[in-house]
Design a protein around this ligand. Structure first.
Ligand SMILES: NC(=O)C1=CN([C@@H]2O[C@H](COP(=O)(O)OP(=O)(O)OC[C@H]3O[C@@H](n4cnc5c(N)ncnc54)[C@H](O)[C@@H]3O)[C@@H](O)[C@H]2O)C=CC1
Ligand SMILES: O=C([O-])CC(=O)C(=O)O
Length: 312
């Protein structure tokens, strides 16, 4: 039997794209094609070559190429979109919508031309609306177009909680619903440390501060970096989702999924708990929410809808 390595294309070879490619290679999840615009072709080739040369040192086997030609992405098992512009201090993610929508449309048509049956993971912001754009443009089934926000938002929450309690991040779980914006909904009621409800370990005021820091976690890093946004944790989050899909792991992870009736919403991409496996989003898990949680989720959905209204 010949085992075929997966082929993963990463569109956008900037901070998040290059970091994602490197983490994918380190985990030997497949061969990697890093794609950027023609003007950056040499830099993209250089990054790919540099990454490949880490293979012997780190002990991974992966073909990694840099290119601006979509022909090289032919028959990708998975495509990860990180192309577009990132925000700078003082901007909101939503300020990126017009520029990045154009980028999503052009890259998506090229992606599906060469990989008509692929699965696409979207990172580009504003990610809920950009995932919707890619879904519409690609013609792929909804379960094969997936956005990343909740793994990252949850990771931020888990990091802050672990620090607060001086515990391993491995033992802290979190739960974030809704859009990837300031109105996201970290669900404390579903968050635990070693199986113990966080509400019994951290007082309500301090927990609310941690929730607030999580909501603003992206902006905190944008303000520190000064000229771009986070990329290590976003890339790690994409890779966790990619691994679940490529290895058919049936992981319960939050995804930006297309809702058709779930959570009382229709025709919108929004962050919800899902099962990720070879079929992409194999299931959307519907939770019982309190009236207060429902109101918060509706508010977050309204913020996403406001951005969707400006989509061309
Ligand atoms: N959903 C999430 O949780 C997160 C989303 N993001 C978003 O990811 C996006 C990328 O962020 P970074 O990698 O830091 O930005 P970056 O500026 O470092 O890289 C973006 C790359 O996309 C390339 N690009 C632009 N147009 C392209 C096209 N038509 N085809 C191919 N490549 C193209 C650029 O040349 C650049 O190399 C931003 O929109 C950012 O807001 C970033 C972190 C987390
Ligand atoms: O904040 C940004 O612009 C990038 C992002 O989505 C994040 O880091 O959560």
């Amino acid at each position: 039997m010949t085992l075929k390595r997966s082929k993963i294309s990463v569109i956008g070879g900037g901070f998040t794209g290059a970091t994602t490619a490197f983490l994918l290679a380190q985990k030997e999840l497949g061969d990697i094609v890093l794609v950027d615009i023609p003007q950056s072709e040499n830099a993209t080739k250089g990054k790919a070559l540099d990454m490949a040369q880490a293979g012997p040192v780190q002990g991974f086997d992966a073909d990694i190429i840099g290119t601006s030609s979509y022909e090289d992405t032919k028959d990708s098992d998975l495509v990860i979109i990180t192309a577009g512009i990132a925000r700078k201090p003082g901007m909101s993610r939503d300020d990126l919508v017009q520029t990045n929508q154009k980028v999503m449309k052009s890259v998506t048509s090229e992606i599906v031309k060469y990989s008509p049956n692929t699965t696409i993971l979207v990172l580009t912001n504003p990610v809920d609306a950009m995932t919707y754009t890619v879904y519409k443009e690609s013609g792929l089934p909804k379960e094969r177009v997936i956005g990343q926000s909740g793994v990252l938002d949850t990771a931020r929450f888990r990091t802050f909680v672990a620090k607060e309690l001086n515990l391993s991040v491995k033992d802290v779980t979190g739960f974030v619903l809704g859009g990837h914006g300031d109105d996201m909904v970290p669900l404390v009621r579903y968050s635990f440390a070693g199986g113990i409800p966080l509400e019994t370990l951290i007082d309500a005021t301090r927990l609310e501060e941690i929730v607030d820091r999580t909501r603003k976690g992206g902006a905190e890093i944008v303000n520190l970096l000064g000229n771009g946004s986070a990329y290590y944790a976003p890339a790690a989050s994409l890779v966790e989702m990619a691994e679940a899909i490529l290895k058919d792991q049936k992981r319960v992870l939050p995804s930006i999924a297309y809702l058709e009736g779930e959570y009382g919403m229709d025709g919108i991409y929004l962050g919800v708990p899902t099962v990720l496996g070879a079929g992409g989003i194999e299931k959307i898990i519907e939770l019982e929410l309190t009236e207060e949680e429902k109101a918060l989720l509706n508010k977050s959905a309204e913020a996403v809808q406001a951005v969707m209204k400006v989509l061309a």
